[in-house]
Write a protein that binds this ligand. Structure first.
Ligand SMILES: [Zn+2]
Length: 284
């Protein structure tokens, strides 16, 4: 079968960072963006609108919804109004690498995924523990007995030495970061297909989710990036650049999660592992 999709890989590293004063609810943030531009993926020109009123084009409508409701997309909406998101009609698999961290790590991860699932309708499936190390050059496809699959989301809790070590581009003040793998087709539809979420377990205040610096809220922020949210400047939202000092999703966060989930239906032309730049003999 010939490929209908020439994929452009877009990797974004989004890092959650913590202030040096231990115990303070001050968190800074840095966003690192790496982008591979594939020239064949040209956005369709925006048609000249009949009306000049804002919000008449799908692209504008999507952006206004986000602005009005208090959330932000990872990338601006395409001309057709589509944004970076997972196919909500397919389960999202994840694996867990806990090198160190609170005893509650596995249940904190499950708890955080449950919050995202409740807000988005996305289904997350735990494939079990892994010894796989996070790596910014992580290959996004896997060959399994069932054939080629997108690599499962890797959630990794690592010591400070690994977090700031070779192969990871974590900001020096970062506590955690998320690196989603995104492909776009010629129609401008973008799909998140894999990701890694890396947490510096030495920088967490605790396990559980009663403290903004604990693992649970840290994951809520990172999982927001995982499903397609970027930072906002609005108090009460966990997607603020510093995590907002809160322990749960705020109203804008929840509106964004809803937008990126099942509410917008399946992706009509899902990206296939053969579209990956990491697929053997890929021309992408
Ligand atoms: Zn962030």
């Amino acid at each position: 079968m010939s490929l209908s999709r020439r994929a452009g890989a877009v990797a974004l590293g989004l890092a959650l960072v913590v202030g040096a004063d231990v115990g303070a609810a001050v968190r800074g943030h840095q966003v690192v963006v790496h982008r591979v531009v594939v020239t064949s993926v040209a956005a369709k020109p925006v048609r000249t609108p009949n009306a000049t009123a804002a919000g008449t084009l799908p692209q504008q409508r999507a952006q206004h919804t986000a602005d009005d409701e208090g959330f932000a997309f990872l990338d601006p909406p395409g001309a057709n109004g589509e944004v970076d998101r997972w196919d909500p009609c397919v389960p999202i698999h994840y694996v867990l690498d806990v090198e160190i961290g609170p005893a509650s790590a596995a249940s904190d991860v499950a708890w955080a995924f449950a919050q995202v699932s409740k807000a988005t309708g996305l289904r997350f499936v735990y494939d079990g523990p892994t010894a796989e190390q996070p790596d910014d050059r992580r290959v996004d496809v896997r060959h399994t007995r069932a054939g080629w699959r997108w690599a499962p989301v890797l959630v990794a809790l690592v010591p400070d030495s690994v977090f700031h070590g070779k192969g990871l581009e974590a900001d020096k003040d970062a506590v955690a970061y998320t690196d989603p793998r995104i492909y776009s087709d010629r129609q401008g539809d973008s799909q998140i297909v894999s990701a890694q979420v890396v947490v510096d377990a030495d920088d967490l205040t605790d396990g559980g989710h009663s403290d903004p610096g604990a693992l649970g809220p840290t994951l809520l922020h990172e999982f927001g990036h995982l499903v397609g949210l970027d930072h906002v400047h609005r108090s009460g939202e966990i997607m603020q650049v510093d995590g907002g000092g809160v322990t749960t999703y705020g109203p804008g966060d929840l509106a964004g999660l809803r937008y990126l989930g099942r509410a917008h239906g399946c992706i009509a032309d899902p990206a296939l592992p053969t579209d990956s730049k990491d697929f053997p003999h890929s021309k992408s």
